[in-house]
Design a protein around this ligand. Structure first.
Ligand code: FAD
Length: 441
């Protein structure tokens, strides 16, 4: 199911990707390759670097048109809640044998209930962006001035150009979304010279922001960091680091943004603000299910230590699948970018392997579910050691508290039934129940 106007398009759809994606969207895409044998669908070139829009047009829409897929799709439908039929969250009795009940609203507004044996929540995080406040809350005045504030990646150089050309724009955030917006504003500045770009991040240094540059194994992504660095050095934008906004007020001259730059107060006056401070999962539809999530990352507990940005900044994550994504509620899984909770490092290749493993588990093929194949490129500067000490460089950071494991990857391997990953040697690409992994970091 997906929302009206779903997909990657803006607004209301999934994340846009104005620049090129890594060459992985068609590889390992579960059964898509086999469905490709159907006459209506042709697999795209697996080495291409598509934009988000191209992924929709060349991959998702043709795949959705394959009759075997189309028959199961309910488009423009919104899931509003999931529960066990007749059982609230508190009730233990018969829970595992009771079907799930999915409540959803169709495009025409009619509400439906559907009973299912399993639920895979792949609803992403795009619709619930983080607010502007460094404390995770909206700053006073943020909601009231919503008409001048955009979240995510507005199309400042294209569709929404008129709102930004010749204006003073504050970009808030330190990820690739913020870099994309800042670079597009600088392009706009070249054509509309009055455009001023201020870029606020809450950290003091910008090294992490600029990522791995030439060392980034996703070269298009590394190039973004390098371009941003050049823009800062040549004065095309003003970098405010660290800056934390505290209050927004509308004045005759624009939006007055009071905050702290380092240890002194500073007030900025701008016309518009772009908030690109990350995304968080919407957990409201899962309220009546028993869901286990890490309290900080909001990812499944076995996965969280592998992706926690407090522990390491690498894009690389050990292979994981149904075992690590399992929830206390049998038959329920969270996959895709929502499975990463608030961590910003999810890549589509991870999702393909998660879904393949989860579907194999639901189909009763435990062996296939455990054979998780995934080698992700490293993205950004892998600064683990500088964050929590040298031991954290080991395969996804330290093991979770109380786990009998040498590191996070070792804990995952043991949870999945393997003997462990074995520390001190290169990580395995395959975890197989018959061949317990013996080496990891
Ligand atoms: C700016 C940006 C750029 C990115 N670039 C890349 C990249 O280049 N390469 C890469 O591998 N990854 C990239 N990512 C990560 C990217 O988000 C994922 O790889 C991918 O989009 C995740 O897919 P998903 O299916 O989990 O979630 P999404 O793509 O967000 O899809 C979730 C879908 O669920 C729908 N939905 C949500 N709630 C409901 C509901 N209640 N009922 C029904 N439907 C619902 C949404 O409308 C949406 O269609 C990027 C992320 C961002 C934010």
């Amino acid at each position: 199911m997906r929302r009206r106007g779903g997909g990657w398009g803006r607004p209301g759809g999934g994340p846009p990707s104005p620049r090129r994606s890594p060459p992985c969207p068609t590889r390992g895409g579960g059964g898509a390759g086999r469905l490709g044998e159907a006459p209506a669908w042709q697999a795209p070139n697996p080495k291409a670097l598509p934009t988000g829009g191209e992924i929709v047009r060349r991959y998702l829409e043709p795949l959705a048109a394959v009759p075997a897929v189309a028959a199961g799709l309910r488009l423009s439908a919104t899931v509003t809640a999931v529960t066990r039929r007749g059982l609230d969250k508190m009730t233990d009795r018969g829970r595992g044998d009771t079907p799930f009940e999915i409540r959803w609203t169709a495009a025409d507004g009619v509400q439906h209930r559907t009973l299912t044996r399993a639920v895979i929540d792949a609803s992403g995080t795009w619709a619930t962006p983080n607010p502007m406040g460094a404390d995770g809350l909206p700053v006073p005045g943020e909601a009231e001035n919503r008409d001048r504030i955009a979240y995510g990646i507005p199309d400042v150089y294209g569709r929404e150009r008129a709102d930004y050309a010749g204006r003073r724009v504050l970009v808030v955030g330190s990820g690739h979304s913020a870099i994309n917006v800042a670079l597009d504003l600088i392009r706009l500045q070249g054509e509309a010279p009055g455009t001023e770009v201020l870029w606020a991040i809450r950290r003091a240094g910008i090294d992490r922001l600029l990522g791995g540059g030439l060392n980034d194994q996703l070269p298009e992504r590394g190039a973004l960091g390098l371009a941003a660095k050049a823009a800062i050095e040549n004065g095309s934008l003003e970098m405010l680091a660290p800056f934390a906004a505290e209050r927004i007020e509308r004045t005759a001259d624009g939006l007055s943004i009071a905050g702290r730059q380092g240890d002194r107060e500073r007030t900025l006056v701008v016309d518009r603000v772009v908030v690109a401070t990350g995304l968080r999962p919407d957990l409201s539809i899962l309220r009546e299910l028993r869901v286990a999530l890490d309290p900080a990352v909001e990812a499944p507990p076995a996965l969280a230590p592998l992706i926690d940005p407090n522990l390491h900044s690498c894009g690389s994550v050990p292979a994981h699948g149904a075992a690590e994504l399992a929830q206390p509620e049998p038959g329920f899984y969270i996959v895709g970018s929502k499975s990463y909770g608030r961590a910003p490092t999810f890549l589509m290749a991870t999702g393909y392997e998660q879904v393949r493993s989860v579907v194999a588990m639901l189909a009763g093929d435990v062996k296939a579910a455990r054979e998780v194949h995934l080698v992700l490129p490293e993205t950004g500067v892998c600064s683990t050691a500088s964050i929590v000490g040298p031991e954290a460089g080991c395969c996804g950071g330290p093991a979770p508290a109380k786990a009998d494991a040498c590191c996070a990857a070792d804990a995952v391997a043991k949870t999945a039934g393997a003997a462990g990953c074995g520390c001190g040697t290169p990580a395995p690409a395959v975890v197989d129940e018959k061949v317990p992994a013996t080496a990891c970091c």
